[in-house]
Unconditional design. Sequence first.
Length: 428
Amino acid sequence: AFGCRSSGTRTNTPHFALMVGGGIGLVAAWLIDTFGSSGVGATLLNMAVFGAVLSYIGVMASYIKIKRGRPDMERPYTSPLGVSGAAVGIVLAVLALVATIAAPEYRPGVIGVIITLGLAILYFATYSSRHLVAQAPEEHNALTLERRIAELQVALDKARVARLHVEQIMSARANAVRAVIHDLNHSAQAVQAALDLWVMDMEAANVETPMLERGHLRLQAALDQQKNLLLEMRDAALLEGNALVLYPSATDMGTLVQQVVQQVMPRYTIAECQLTLIVADNVSLAWCDAQRIRRVVFNVLDNALRYTHSFRDDGQVVVRVLHEQQQAVCVVQDNGRGIAADDLQRLGTKFTRLAQGEHNTEGMGLGLNFCIGILRLSNGSLHITSDGLGHGTTVTIRLPVAPSQAATKTNGHSADLVAMRTERTDEP
């Protein structure tokens, strides 16, 4: 510890301590050779063995302490003998110390080493540890590292507690959302039953058919939209909790999209927005969960109507179903508001709506996020393009084609089902 003065270089070598220690060793060897009764070589060798044995004892004791205090700590090398081997090593080292002291011809050198070591320890305890070692870069770095490890451990513990708290909140929120959706779904079913009874009563009362149809279309369109929103909220909660399960099957995309078009047509008619469907002849069957993809298409058509009708009176939405690059593709193109280039990258972020201005729409912004999540689970994609504000928007839905009948019969859909789901739950 004496002379802990570094060289100031990148390695901070304590050159002063090395040179002083080497000089003291040379002087001691000269004194032994000149005035001693035994050869200097044997004495130096015995002194070295004595010091090495002390080092062995320290190493073994440190190993036992670390092994017991931190048994799970990763090590580059694991001793096959473990703590018992280290204990045996300490015993053997102690026996070696006793043997060196027992030899009369080497005893003076050993005693000299003991005296020197005792003086060095005393010097270290009274002065060096407080003034020199405490100021050494190695000690400063060690203390800094220890302090940073303690701070990181505290931060990690806080993060774990916060994560557990967030998970509890998310679980409680998911349960609350499911309960609310369940109650609202019952209410929607009651409204549907009341609407059906009202239609039958109006028909029995010989109400004018055109008036009845218009009212029925408006009410049914609004009710269908609410039902779809409830189902979407339920699936969005499952999707966020990695618990949504998809049940894929070979699906005729042309028929599926046509059914959705018929479902939303009353709303387009009321809004006086033209909706056109074009289905190609060579469209392959898609491999998807028809129920979820139907809601994805519904959501896209609903957005197309919302952002087209609110922007212009001569709104047009064209839906194309085609086959492209071994995929079933549905393209929805409108001449509505369009999207600014800077806003395209924000699309799909939960709770984000980009429409602004006089005809701003309301809502939570969950729809597009839900659609993207469903298509990712389906090994498909949703891509949105726009030439800018005032130039309309194009949404492209891509789904994988259905496997061959042979593969379907062999696998029983099980392999594809596992690939398209997260954790299995009781809710479909």
